[in-house]
Ligand binder design. Structure first.
Ligand SMILES: [Zn+2]
Length: 437
């Protein structure tokens, strides 16, 4: 009985390609890319470059060609895979400290300071206003009549009794406070109940903006002590990493698999945004596909692109399509992978309703092979790198996983809590799909 079972199992694994050996590989990539040594893959301490070098070494290990030498095996060094470009970025690489009336706030958990914040150091009075203050008659303008350099604390928590129109006018006024030219408004503190979420910035803002989620008695806050060190780079050199596996039969046509490897980086010296789901997971999935096709030769030429500067504004994708290292018209299909680390509730396919035949194929393969719990359709959405290719006429999907964790653009997007629930089945689905395109 035992022997028979073993025989059946051996037969089963021989017929269906197994990826069980690749989940540890995916874990290793996600753990490494999300580790403190990679600095959140942003623009503090060359986090982006450390990640790019690591991905290039993986490409090299898998025997990928560079685009320039796409028909040969001659990749001499990792940087041969690079497509370099410059971005503008405001980074917060140094000291970061905020005290409200001598109470030290914890960065990352109590507050996030906008990445565009200019350098500042000092002790300033705080004037508190509420959403209700803003909404009374012409009160809002009177609130800006400040004689000394002051931080405005906006208590943004209580939105009760606001009409929709009223609510959006108040939000607009708070935005205006962040950017208006009044020199006496030294900075803005926004007290919120909402989840904190961070974005990198390609510009330097006029003043610090701090979003605080902490149980505070606003009436007791009268002073702020603040230190922020910031650096604005007008031309920060960063890169895409492109690797090629030549096609066995239709080598002049391409299938592109893209995944952005950059994330938000660091907010000061101590606050790391690991970006395990966003998007170490997508890079891990892309590398798994590259690993598979390095052994199982694809029909079309496969091009794997780890795109940079997505979070700053899709700049890596813009660079690729503006200075294309290959003929964009020969891209048969593009799959952009971002947020690949869950799948408890299946996947969502952006552009699914645009390229409906491809969506139907993907969905059919999923049903027939009983892989993911759901394959959901979505229309156009310019929310990740595929968009820049799509606008140039490249047929493309952007696929992301659904369910699982809520961590996103915060300090909680960590490898140890990333479930990778459907990672192997997701990988199997993509291979079967690519093979049938
Ligand atoms: Zn992302």
């Amino acid at each position: 009985m035992k022997k028979l079972l073993l025989f059946v199992l051996t037969l089963a694994t021989a017929v269906i390609p197994s990826f069980s050996q690749d989940l540890p590989y995916a874990r290793e990539i996600i753990n490494t890319l999300s580790s403190p040594e990679f600095k959140g893959r942003g623009y503090v301490d060359n986090g982006d470059r450390i990640a790019a070098d690591y991905i290039a070494v993986e490409f090299q290990k898998l025997g990928l060609n560079s685009i320039a030498n796409s028909k040969t095996q001659a990749v001499k060094k990792g940087s041969d895979y690079f497509q370099q470009f410059n971005v503008s970025v405001n980074a917060l690489p140094g000291e970061l400290m905020i005290k409200l009336n001598n109470n030290l706030l914890i960065p990352g958990t109590d507050y996030l300071i906008e990445a565009g914040t200019p350098g500042i150091s000092g002790n300033f009075p705080v004037k508190t206003i509420t959403r209700k203050d803003i909404s009374v008659g012409d009160n809002a303008l009177r609130l800006l009549d400040i004689k000394t350099k002051t931080f405005i604390l906006v208590d943004n928590r209580d939105k009760s009794g606001e009409t929709k129109e009223h609510s959006s006018r108040t939000d607009e006024f708070i935005e205006l406070l962040k950017h208006c030219p009044n020199k006496n408004i030294k900075g803005i503190l926004v007290l919120t109940n909402d989840k904190l979420s961070w974005e990198p910035s390609s510009i330097e803002n006029p003043r610090p903006v701090v979003t605080i989620n902490k149980d505070l008695d606003v009436n007791s806050v009268t002073r702020i002590e603040i230190i922020v060190e910031s650096t604005f780079f007008k031309k920060y050199p960063t890169q895409n990493i492109c690797g090629v596996i030549p096609g066995a039969t239709n080598s002049d046509l391409y299938i592109l698999v893209t995944a952005h490897y950059d994330h938000l980086g660091m907010m000061g010296k101590a606050t790391l945004f690991p970006g395990a789901n966003d998007n170490a997971s997508g890079v891990a999935l892309m590398l798994n596909l590259a690993k598979y096709y390095s052994v199982n030769k694809p029909k079309y030429t496969m091009v794997f692109v780890a795109l940079g500067a997505e979070e700053l504004g899709l700049f890596g994708a813009i660079e690729f399509v503006d200075n294309p290292p290959l003929d964009l018209r020969k891209i048969n299909f593009l799959i952009n992978l971002d947020l690949a680390g869950t799948g408890d509730e299946g996947i969502k396919v952006v552009n699914g309703s645009i390229f409906k035949d491809k969506f139907d194929l993907l969905s059919k393969i999923n049903t027939e092979n009983k892989l993911l719990p759901k394959v959901e359709i979505r229309g156009e959405a310019c929310i990740s790198d595929h968009c820049m290719f799509y606008r140039k006429g490249v047929p493309s999907f952007y696929i992301y996983t659904l369910g699982g964790i809520n961590a996103y653009h915060d300090v909680y997007d960590r490898p140890e809590t990333l479930p990778l629930t459907e990672f192997e089945d997701y990988c199997r689905l993509l291979i079967k799909f690519i093979d049938e395109i």
